[in-house]
Design a protein around this ligand. Sequence first.
Ligand SMILES: *Cc1c(COP(=O)(O)O)cnc(C)c1O
Length: 221
Amino acid sequence: MSAHEITFHQIIEQLNKKNVLLVAVSKIKPVKVIKELYDLGQRDFGENYVQELVDKETKLPKDIRWHFIGHLQTNKVKYIAPFVALIHGIDSLKLLKEVNKHGEKNERVIDVLLQIHIASEETKFGLDEIELAELLNSEELKNFKHICIRGFMGMASFSDDAQKVRKEFKHLKILLDNYAPQNITNAQLEILSMGMSGDYEIAVEEGSSMVRIGSLLFGNR
Ligand SMILES: *Cc1c(COP(=O)(O)O)cnc(C)c1O
């Protein structure tokens, strides 16, 4: 077994015990490398760039579940709408409206996650708590029959301070637990997408149900 094959099996074993889904982040990596992981049984892959995702989708097996984890521009939604399994980075009503429009055109319901700003850095995308409340309470959401909000996604601060990272993940879990029992139209909140190569173990301890791991599986980009 190659070193990365061993890493893959170790991560999978660790995550299976906790019922956490692995999204293998394959951005920038060639189709051949994705196929190798596919042959080991991996089916969920995450990509950040629309053009790259569309290109890979045509070249790889049809039973792959493609996750879009990057920052999505409204004018690019149409390219991924026919096949995308889950869009992780929704951070505005405008974008949600566009996804709904293309869900309708493709006669499907598109699963999405709302990206929540949990890090202390200014640069990260995502909704703050007030924007989140506004979006989930908006009248317009009730008309979006072609999307389903399945949960939240968050990125913790890039920090060596594990306590800080843990606190941010904890916060996101509390937010999900708060909204999940509420009866929100076109939402079914149960997925918590948090944790990357450097912090997924903390994320899992804090209640993540989906981790997005790239460099640990595929090597540095
Ligand atoms: C690139 C990326 C990841 C994976 O990062 P690694 O540190 O390589 O595991 C996860 N989530 C998002 C949103 C990303 O852009």
